[in-house]
Write a protein that binds this ligand. Sequence first.
Ligand code: 3AM
Length: 195
Amino acid sequence: MSLQKRLFIAVDPDLIITNKISDLITNLKNGFPAEGFRFVSRQNLHLTLLFLGETDVCLIPDISKKLDAVCQKFSEFDLTFKGLGAFPNKRKPRVLWLGVSDPEPVTALANAVIRSAGSTPDSGKSRFSPHLTLARVSDEWRKPSSDVFSGIFSTHGDVSLGTTRVREVILYQSVLQPGGPRYTALSRHSLQKLC
Ligand code: 3AM
């Protein structure tokens, strides 16, 4: 049997935005009952471009090469984090996320990554929708019209966390563990510098 790793491709917010997201998560934890949420840990905050899933390790050099080629065609760009959203909807959320107000550059990059590197069975199944996951909601908390969720969206719905410069695309390995996933960067791919 060949060795496999669970992989995904992402961009990371910079340190300043990571700190602000971390503060927002602290606010959410303090203001709302925490037992219904599994918040993303600070070191795991990222914006996924493409989930590849279980991937043969022998394919990793080829994926890295493809990411280098994609990144040669894209310049660094700004990404502004703004607004709370939820999948599948705000009434019965399963995933609570932070949105972006300028989705075009990151969507163009993600679509290029999906076209180039998205050839494994799990990859590119659904349309790319830029978001940074903040928390996952447990099943018993997904009650329709829950006051908790309307409270979250009325208090933090328009949250504005500022702008990060996206400078690189990262190939991550995700190892699922009882205390939450552990992400390790396997390769980093620089976007073209702005003049
Ligand atoms: O950044 P987010 O949270 O949107 O949800 C997982 C996370 O994305 C997603 O891959 C990222 C790193 O784990 N993910 C996990 N399993 C998945 C699957 N089976 C998946 N995306 C699509 N299909």
